[in-house]
Write a protein that binds this ligand. Structure first.
Ligand code: NAD
Length: 287
């Protein structure tokens, strides 16, 4: 399901949503966009949408084949250049090498999308410290390494840039079975807001994109591991009620990411329930 299976290379039918990348024409022409977690789901759709808008793409993932496939398809969609990098975002040394290699080969990244993430689910009392460490290593430290290394390059170049971090609606709402995941995403949200305040002077925009439930590998596989049957059923029913038969597609999140970069937006809740939760979180009663 992660699209790594070999097969004839065809131009993807729906790279961006209905009016997504097309709305941006060639607005990102020649820009260098690095997307992590680009081998599947939201990351792949985002790489495609930027490719259609004329950007050069660096597709980063720990899944080498998937990243290579994304780069190949991005070229077919019109990216003037697209390269794949097999890197684990939680590996600091590997990320340092990636940043140096990218700058040398292609120049400073204009748009960084820190999107790689993993899910972990289960009741808090049954979640071992290793599981917490793993999810924080990827979801928080991976984003942090990206912001620090590529943010510094952007700042030193002095021509601005944009960083998008994929948080989640889980950052707005407590959950009974996602304490580690939700905590990692709340940290990404706050990190993004702090960096936005700090890097704004240097013309570097920072966005936290917060999708609700999107139909990708993370939701179908990882996120449900260890979740009691009953809770799984409730989640699935709620999604079906919200979106009808089709789940919310990753291409719509990609659209939101392009818009956020183009319009320099701070926090972007994507799906309808993410919007609702963000509103609730902001209008908490004043005591
Ligand atoms: P996905 O599983 O389809 O994609 C995640 C990608 O990240 C995969 O290609 C995976 O190989 C890669 N990855 C995981 N760990 C990595 C690591 N250490 N180094 C490099 N690459 C790594 O899932 P997705 O839904 O597209 O998730 C993308 C992001 O969106 C994640 O941060 C996720 O938490 C977030 N998100 C997803 C949803 C949803 O409902 N799908 C909702 C809110 C937020």
């Amino acid at each position: 399901a992660n699209g790594t299976t070999a097969g004839p290379v065809r131009r993807p039918l729906s790279a961006a949503g209905k009016d997504g990348a097309r709305r941006y024409g060639q607005r990102f022409a020649g820009r260098l966009v690095l997307v992590t977690g680009a081998a599947s789901g939201i990351g792949r759709a985002t790489a495609f949408a930027f490719a259609e808008a004329g950007a050069r793409i660096v597709a980063v993932d720990r899944d080498a084949e998937g990243a290579a496939r994304t780069a190949e398809l991005a070229r077919l969609l019109g990216a003037p250049g697209a390269w794949a990098e097999c890197v684990d975002v939680s590996d600091e040394a590997a990320m340092e090498k990636l940043a140096a290699r990218t700058a040398e080969a292609h120049g400073v990244v204009d748009v960084l999308v820190n999107n790689a993430g993993i899910g972990v689910a289960g009741p808090f009392l049954d979640t071992p410290p290793e599981a917490w460490r793993k999810v924080l290593d990827v979801n928080l430290w991976g984003v942090l390494h990206g912001c620090r290394l590529f943010g510094r390059q952007m700042a030193e170049r002095g021509e601005g840039g944009h960083i998008v971090n994929t948080a989640s609606a889980a950052a707005f709402q407590p959950s009974r079975t996602l304490s580690a995941y939700s905590t990692s995403k709340a940290a990404v949200l706050m990190l993004s807001e702090c960096l936005r305040a700090e890097l704004g002077d240097r013309d570097i925009g920072v966005t936290a994109v917060c999708p609700g439930f999107v139909a990708t590998g993370i939701t179908s596989a990882t996120l449900f591991t260890g979740v009691p049957e009953e809770e799984q059923r409730r989640l699935r029913e709620r999604t079906t009620r919200l979106y009808g038969r089709r789940n919310y597609p990753p291409e719509r999140v990609a659209d939101a990411i392009l818009r956020a970069v183009h319009d320099d937006l701070p926090v972007v809740p994507v799906t309808p329930e993410a919007h609702g939760l963000r509103l609730l979180a902001r209008f908490a009663p004043r005591l």
